[in-house]
Design a protein around this ligand. Structure first.
Ligand code: PLP
Length: 405
């Protein structure tokens, strides 16, 4: 008997039986807002409007270089075809990525940015009974998604070397549903070794999955773990074109995992891809020298800022990414406002580290403006410093995460 299949927005087909199952899960899911870096960066601004045209924007971990020339040409050449969904282009993107990375194409799924699969993975794998375990400080989006699945959130402080403390993470809750590891981490830009990730994989609570967010992997020497997904492990890996490829506004990303793990994300959302992003992403992947070239540009500027900070005896966390944390020895929010008054928009503060602020690596000239403004703001007398970070045990919480400060 022939199995009836239904077309999906990305050009895939699913069986009628699976479609009915997806539809029934979807009808039980409350509508949930997807948190993005853009939302978080926007929310922390004191005056959320009227950014001066000459402001320095190093607040949202964007790439000031934008898309490469090849990506821009691909988008303009596509213009005339923009009236069609062009599903085949998404399949070509997936195939290109799979070939480059040595993956099976059915293990790769394209989304309009990695925020979507991140959010859907948390909804799919956490619940009031199945918690989310993550680092602290770490990217807040999973925690926000968990407020919709009503999952408990275990925030585990980073280890002394600022890697994820995988031993503490796997032991945080025997009923964990998802362990989130961002590598390199946002906001610290620090890395977790492949051995540590493999330890987490072997020792994680039964039935849970690892969500490995490799949004910033190309900036660092951290070892990617795409092969673990391809080897059928209980791992979902996320990639985005928003960072090294400079396509944050264009929106393209991937979830990479065993097809049955990816299928669990489907009920929460799956749309056709913006064709401009798809052709730009494909062109970027095909540009062979791009990643190394941009990795070097970022590292040179970042290291120059680090030597300047060190020479001036400012303390910062050594990062391997396009952002870093610097200790301003006063309430971070106050400092952000002082910088904003100088038209330099830096990133936000994490409650666990109230005197640190996140700074994105901009262009060389932008970072010169940053240095000047930073020094002036540091020389302004600080108001009272808040208390020390909470004790090591304070991340154990019995309540679902409710709100962000
Ligand atoms: N993951 C991390 C750690 C991020 O910092 C971001 C954005 O800044 C994302 C995922 C999502 O990026 P996008 O949705 O732009 O692909």
């Amino acid at each position: 008997m022939q199995r009836e299949t239904l077309a999906q927005p990305n050009g895939y087909r699913v069986s009628r039986r699976r479609f009915v199952r997806i539809a029934s899960v979807a009808s039980a899911v409350a509508l949930a807002r997807i948190t993005t870096e853009a939302d978080l960066a926007f929310a922390q601004r004191r005056i959320a409007r009227d950014i001066p045209a000459d402001a320095i924007l190093i607040n949202a971990n964007e790439n000031p270089l934008g898309p490469c020339i090849q990506a821009c040409s691909a988008m303009s050449a596509l213009g005339v075809k923009g009236g069609r969904y062009e599903f085949g282009l998404t399949q070509e993107l997936v195939k290109t990525f799979a070939e480059i990375e040595g993956l099976k194409p059915e293990y790769v799924r394209a989304y309009a940015g990695s925020s979507e699969p991140l959010h859907y993975a948390v909804l799919a794998y956490t619940s009031p009974e199945k918690s989310l375990v993550m680092g602290d400080p770490a990217y807040e989006a999973p925690m926000r998604a968990a407020s919709y699945s009503k999952a408990r959130v275990f925030k585990v402080p980073l280890a002394k070397n600022y890697a994820h403390d995988v031993k503490a993470m796997v032991g945080a809750d025997p009923n964990a549903g998802l362990l989130y590891i961002c590598n390199p981490n946002n906001p610290t830009g620090t890395t977790t070794t492949r051995e540590e990730i493999e330890y987490a994989l072997v020792n994680k609570p039964k039935g849970s999955i690892l969500l490995i967010d490799e949004a910033y992997i190309h900036f660092s020497d951290a070892k990617p773990v795409l092969d673990l997904a391809d080897a059928d492990k209980e791992v979902v890996v996320l990639r985005t074109f928003s960072k090294i490829y400079g396509m944050a506004g264009l929106r393209c990303g991937f979830a990479i995992a065993r097809p049955d793990l990816l299928a669990r994300l489907e009920p929460y959302g799956w749309n056709s891809m913006p064709v401009t992003a798809v052709v730009a992403a494909t062109a970027s992947l095909k540009h062979k020298g791009l990643v190394l070239e941009r990795q070097k540009i970022n590292a040179d500027i970042r290291n120059d800022v680090f030597s300047w900070l060190a020479t001036n005896k400012y303390s910062f966390v050594p990062s391997e990414s396009n952002c870093f944390m610097v200790d301003v020895k006063r309430p971070g929010k106050q400092f952000i406002e002082a910088m904003e008054a100088k038209k330099v928009y830096i990133g936000r503060v994490w409650p666990a580290w109230p005197t640190h602020v996140r700074v994105t690596v901009g262009t060389g000239p932008e970072m010169e403006v940053f240095k000047k403004a930073f020094k002036e703001a540091m020389e302004t007398p600080a108001l009272a410093v808040q208390g020390p970070p909470k004790s090591a045990e304070s991340w154990r919480t019995d309540r679902p995460y409710a709100s962000l400060s």
